[in-house]
Design a protein around this ligand. Sequence first.
Ligand code: PAF
Length: 282
Amino acid sequence: MAVPPIVASIAALRARLAAERRNGARIGFVPTMGALHDGHLSLVRETQNRADKVVVSIFVNPTQFAPHEDFDRYPRTLEADAEKLAAAGGTDLIFAPSVAEMYPQGFATKIDVGGPSHGLETDFRPHFFSGVATVVAKLLLAVMPEVATFGEKDYQQLLVVRRMAADLGLATEIFGAPIVRETDGLAMSSRNAYLQPDDRRVAGQLNVVLKRVIAALHNGEPILAAEAEGKRALLEAGFASVDYVAVRHATTLAPLDSLHHPARVLAAAKVGNTRLIDNMAV
Ligand code: PAF
C-alpha cells in the first residue's frame, strides 16, 4: 500500500480537506504523537467506521511535557509511522507539522479546562492538560473533522477534550475508543518501548491489580479500602511508586463514596523510570 500523503502546513492541510469536502466527504481525525502501535491503528479503524476520509496527525507536542519529562527522548519515527499507517490501510492523509507551524513566534494562547482536569494526572503533571487542550483545539480547528477519536487509555484526557469541545461549541463529535491491550493485559502505549525486560514483567501487573480492585468493590469492599489495597498490591508487584489508584465517577471524575453511579478505576504508577497509566470500568 502506498504511504498516505504527508502535509506539514495548516494551509496545505486545509486545501486538501476543502477538496474532500467539496466531494461530500465526512472527515474523521486521529491525533497522535507518533511512535504508532496497534492501539493507534485501532483508533484509525474506529474512525474509518465513522467517516469517509481519515486524517492522522503526528506531532510531539512540547507544551504537554514539563521540563523534567521525556520530550527530548520521546520516540520520533515519522517514516516508520507512515509505513505502518500505509500497511494497516484506512489513513488518507497525515498531518505532521513542525513545532514552528503549531507554535509560531509570538504564540501566547493557553486553554485551561476545569471540571474533569482537576486531580489525578493534574496532581502529578500540573502543566499537562492545558498543553493537551491547547494543541487539540488547534488541531481540531485546522482539520475541522466531523469526528475525532481519542483512546480510553488516556481516560482523563478523553473527558477533558470532550468538556473542551462541548464548552467551545466545536462541531466535532469526540469519540472514545476502547483500550487495546497486549496478551498479558498491559495497555498499549508508546512509552512501553522504554521498559526493560524486568520492568515489562512488572508492568503487566497493573491491569491485574485493577481487576482485583474491581472484584473487591463488587464484593462490597469500601472504596477507600479497595484503593489502598490496590496501591499496596502495585508496590508489592514491584512498582517503584504509585501516584494514585482512584475510583471515580465515570463521566465527571468526581470522587465517590459509594458505587451508586457509573464508576471507573484509574491508576498511575512508575516502573523503573517509566510512568504508566491504566483504567477500567468498575
Ligand atoms: O494522547 C496523545 O497522544 C496526545 O496527548 C494528543 C491527544 C495527541 C495531544 O498531543
